[in-house]
Design a binder for this molecule. Sequence first.
Ligand code: G3I
Length: 469
Amino acid sequence: MRNAKWRAATKAALALTGAGALAASMAIFLPGTASAGTTLGASAAEKGRYFGTAVAANRLSDGAYTTILNREFNSVTPENEMKIDATEPQQGQFTFTNADRIVNHARSQGMSVRGHTLAWHQQQPGWMQNMSGSALRQAMLNHVTQVATYYRGKIAAWDVVNEAFADGSSGARRDSNLQRTGNDWIEAAFRAARAADPGAKLCYNDYNTDNWTHAKTQAVYNMVRDFKSRGVPIDCVGLQSHFNNDSPYVSNYRTTLSSFAALGVDVQITELDIQNAPANTYRAVVEDCLAVPRCNGITVWGIRDSDSWRSEQSPLLFTSGGAKKAAYDAVLAALNAGGTTPPPTTAPPTTPPPTTAPPTTPPPTTPPPTTPPPTGSCTATVSVNQWPGGFVANVRVTAGSSALNSWATTITLPSGAAVTNAWSANRSGNSGTVRFTNVDYNSQVGAGQTIEFGFQGTGTAGNLSATCA
Ligand code: G3I
């Protein structure tokens, strides 16, 4: 049973995610005052912030899980249930059953909901994966409109677009079927989301955008600055913050948070987990957020280590048995000690919804050649991001001296490894030798040009090589 203080603080924090933010924050904030919240959500609320977790619908029947969820958190993000493949499995047929289970649970507990995610190159249903050009643009905008409309008034913040920038030093957009509909696809998605749910904050969400010096961080920063200067409706930036040995927490993280905030957007830490859950690093993340007034909430990507997408890294705040870890104590202490900066005072979105219909669909920027080029040879390289128990592989297929009008590659996985999903390619097989072929939109590869596709898997990938077939 919660006490009155918890309820008041939670209510105030929830108000911060929607209308009445200024009044609510002024009502609860005492600058420089340490507090004594006994749960993550209550303590964060005392600082005008939320503390959330990713939730999986199929775990809501687990009493040990919901006990911790209901006690500790005041915000939830559906881990997979609002993704495109879950909500629109057949074109034009929307399914909200599992997402509704999470939203209804959250509302019954007074928790706010982050919506994740409306437009993404991964987790596209089969019907969308092969689409391109204006048909895909229309389908994407319709998806954004339908889902955001269905949940209008129930979502504090939407991850409108997820992971649209490439890794590495290019600072470029990620190649995908969505990107190939035209560089303005992201802003088109944001305008459609604003029109559908004017009360939700609209976020751009990505990973490996924590280190201020990284090209990807700078590229997202430049996009947000451009959007703000042109009045594209964006309210927040989500830093996923999946920290591990390959992508560690860095001390300039606070600079990243404050730099984004200085553009006039909220900053939310949206998918936090840290390999082996070092208490000091979790503490530093919380302190960094509290130091930045517009860092208005933190979400961890799961409750217990056994709930994590990277469970073998034990990256979360609770053991698989549900016990609080040292990292939990560090986070709670940091939340309670914080308070030297004011909490977010952001009003709800000020950009008026468009008075006209969502933007009309521009044609693809590069129309396919009128006569298909001959099929030639290609080479392929694979880069693997491995963690204990799973991996993501990115594959680059490069045409030789002749252009390709189709391509196929095979990749042989070691025993025990299996593909769970792929994007920007069709796949046959999921273990042993797996064959990947082009989807419609990336069948044409000019001489010397490169396309990319990727897949996620379980087990250990080792050093993979790809053969063009
Ligand atoms: O539910 C099915 C099950 O029926 C099937 O037997 C099994 C084997 O294929 O798959 C199960 O679905 C899996 C699902 O997680 C639920 O466990 C999918 O294959 C698997 O691809 C999916 O992974 C999710 C991943 O996003 C998809 O890309 C992870 O749970 C989820 O934590 C992860 O979350 C992402 C964020 O959305 C974006 N940022 C990165 C983050 C981590 O990858």
